[in-house]
Design a protein around this ligand. Structure first.
Ligand SMILES: Cc1ncc(COP(=O)(O)O)c(C=O)c1O
Length: 387
């Protein structure tokens, strides 16, 4: 008699050792043959014929709704990562003395998979996330997956969880790659072992405002990053310290916090989880990425789209006084996309900005989302079809 556990394990092993998800079809046949010989073995949903998971797609927010599978691979300090494995999404075992838990030796990334109107699945510039993780890993003394390994893992997660990719217009599959020092370490130093893990969640709008304009609060007490620090990399340790300012602002009815530079406390940096842009006439400006702000992939893409549309784009120091005088303000990020800012409150004064159908923000949003969702032809090679 075949043991159920052993069979499921062997199914997974077969799946994991495949070099490409295009092998899924073959595995599907194999899986259904084996599974049909077993009673009460739950068919892994990657083999599910369901087009969609059972989700209320009209009410997605930005909260964790884990998709079926995660991807994991480990390596020791002086090794390179090898191909990882898919397993059902679930808790992971970690040493209490793991470097990530004790010393914050960890990075994360965020990218999305989109379902097109004609039923294809697209990724948007995942190689850029891979490169950013590589740079961050170098800063945090960690080995990192190669660009190919990273992109391959993201593709695998997309395919294995495709029924969690919301219908077009309802949301996206948010993909969260993590890199962490998972090995035990007591004295301060790089961990002896590292884990690269990717999981995914169906998401809708990031802000509770939906697509309505945001109300930002300019934070003058707390700073997000300092010159020479790690503000420019996506290390987990950059995020907990902003919670206090963020919660304080949210409790006062604001959508998010806009940070100023740590030295002069007068130049714009970024928002808690997105970059900031201001528009004045035909000029679109955004703070230069000099190591204290995260160089967003959406920021980079929007800069390119804006130039293509004939705007003059400047990456430079922007005093907060200049923002007050702007026509428009907007934020960019994978999670927030391109979000209009309706008001900014600075030193107890509330400044209003143009938003709406004919705004520059809306124009850039439509083009970016059009490319991401396959509605506008991608002439830049930014999207990757996963199949
Ligand atoms: C602090 C911060 N700034 C900016 C961004 C936007 O980056 P991206 O456009 O790559 O998502 C993010 C989100 O990743 C972020 O966490």
């Amino acid at each position: 008699m075949i043991q159920k556990g052993a069979c499921l394990r062997s199914l997974f092993q077969s799946f994991q050792t495949g070099s490409s998800l295009s092998k899924l079809g073959a595995y599907y046949c194999y899986a259904s043959q084996v599974a049909s010989r077993l009673e009460q073995v739950e068919k892994p949903s990657v083999y599910s014929d369901d087009e969609y998971a059972d989700v209320d797609w009209d009410n997605l927010g930005f909260k964790i709704m884990p998709a079926d599978y995660m991807y994991t691979t480990r390596c020791s300090k002086d090794e390179n990562f090898e191909q990882g494995q898919l397993s059902p999404y679930g808790n992971i075992e970690l040493s209490p003395s793991a470097g990530a838990l004790n010393y914050g030796q960890g990075l994360y990334e965020g990218t999305k998979a989109y379902r097109t109107e004609d039923g294809r699945f697209l990724l948007f510039r995942p190689d850029q996330n891979a490169m950013r993780m590589k740079m961050g890993a170098e800063r945090m003394c960690m080995p990192s997956p190669s660009i190919d390994q990273f992109v391959y893992a993201v593709k695998q997660i997309t395919l294995a969880n495709k029924r969690w990719i919301p219908p077009p217009g309802k949301g996206t599959l948010y993909i969260r790659p993590l890199l962490m020092g998972s090995g035990p370490i007591l004295g301060l130093g790089p961990a002896p072992e590292y884990t690269f893990l990717v999981y995914a969640s169906s998401v809708g709008n990031y802000f509770k405002e939906g697509s309505a304009p945001l109300n930002l609060f300019v934070e003058e007490e707390f700073v997000r990053a300092t010159p020479g620090g790690a503000g420019g990399v996506k290390t987990s340790g950059n995020y907990a310290p902003v919670l206090k300012a963020l919660m304080r602002a949210k409790n006062r009815g604001f959508s998010d916090v806009l940070y100023l530079d740590a030295v002069k406390r007068k130049n714009l940096e970024e928002v808690s989880s997105c970059n900031i842009f201001i528009v004045k006439g035909n000029v679109i400006s955004t703070p230069a990425a000099n190591g204290t702000i995260l160089e967003g992939i959406t920021r980079k893409s929007v800069v390119e789209i804006a130039r293509d549309h004939g705007y003059q784009v400047e990456e430079r120091v922007i005093p907060v006084d200049e923002l007050i005088d702007a026509d428009e303000v907007f934020c960019t990020g994978t999670a927030v996309v391109v979000a209009p800012v309706g008001t900014v409150t600075y030193q107890n004064r509330r400044f209003e900005f143009t938003t709406g159908a004919h705004s520059v923000c809306q124009e850039l949003y439509s083009t970016l989302v059009g490319i991401q969702t396959g509605v506008i032809e991608d002439k830049k090679g930014w999207t990757i079809e996963v199949n």
